[in-house]
Design a protein around this ligand. Structure first.
Ligand SMILES: [Zn+2]
Length: 199
């Protein structure tokens, strides 16, 4: 059970057209554990495992299109695939900011990266875990939406394992690769070389 939940229809502008999505908001335990799910559904989608993106919130990337990470590009790619699918879901988790260490720690880690450390060592240098995300809220949301079998858009094998451990059947891991750019090339290389991402 959630502490609170609500849903409505949310029209969005995407790539110059209007798209109607189901929007579900959730609050679990406290106001710091809120999340949103956007669902795209076409007629005749019954029974097919939906295409799902579990997206970690990133103020700098998602809102301001920061070039230090690939969050904005990944979110746009997820929106594109979901709005083209017969059944797709984006679960947006604001408390996953900075891979779960929060905005201030993320900015401290950026400053450490400016001194030459990669993203893993930068987190360790400020006493923060490399990845502090949990997926329990995402799984509760999937179950609330009646979905325990998914096709997951991710390059991160740990995310697949985490969802499976919590009872979700990932029938397919769908590659979610974006093109490296000048400012995020090292960030993406560290994901590949030190965090086992399939990039
Ligand atoms: Zn980001």
């Amino acid at each position: 059970m959630f502490l609170d939940t609500a849903h409505t229809i949310l029209p969005i502008e995407f790539q110059g057209r209007e798209v109607m999505l189901e929007a579900h908001a959730y609050e679990d335990d406290s106001v710091s554990y809120q999340a949103m799910a956007l669902v795209h559904r076409k007629e005749g989608s019954k029974g097919e495992a939906p295409l799902v993106r579990v997206h970690s919130g990133c103020v700098t990337g998602d809102i301001f299109h920061s070039l230090r990470c690939d969050c904005y590009q990944q979110l746009q790619k997820a929106l594109e695939k979901v709005t083209e699918s017969t059944h797709g879901i984006i679960i947006y988790l604001p408390h996953h900011e900075g891979r779960g260490i929060g905005l201030v720690n993320k900015m401290k880690a950026y400053a450490a990266q400016d001194r030459g450390l990669d993203t893993v060592d930068a987190n360790l240098s400020i006493g923060a875990p490399v990845d502090a995300r949990d997926y329990e809220l995402a799984v509760k949301i999937l179950k609330d939406l009646g979905t325990t079998e998914i096709r997951l858009m991710t390059n991160n094998p740990l995310k697949v394992d985490a969802l499976r451990d919590l009872g979700i059947t990932v029938v397919e891991q769908v590659a979610h690769v974006v093109n490296p750019q000048r400012f995020n090339a090292k960030y993406l290389a560290t994901k590949r070389e030190r965090m086992a991402h399939k990039l």
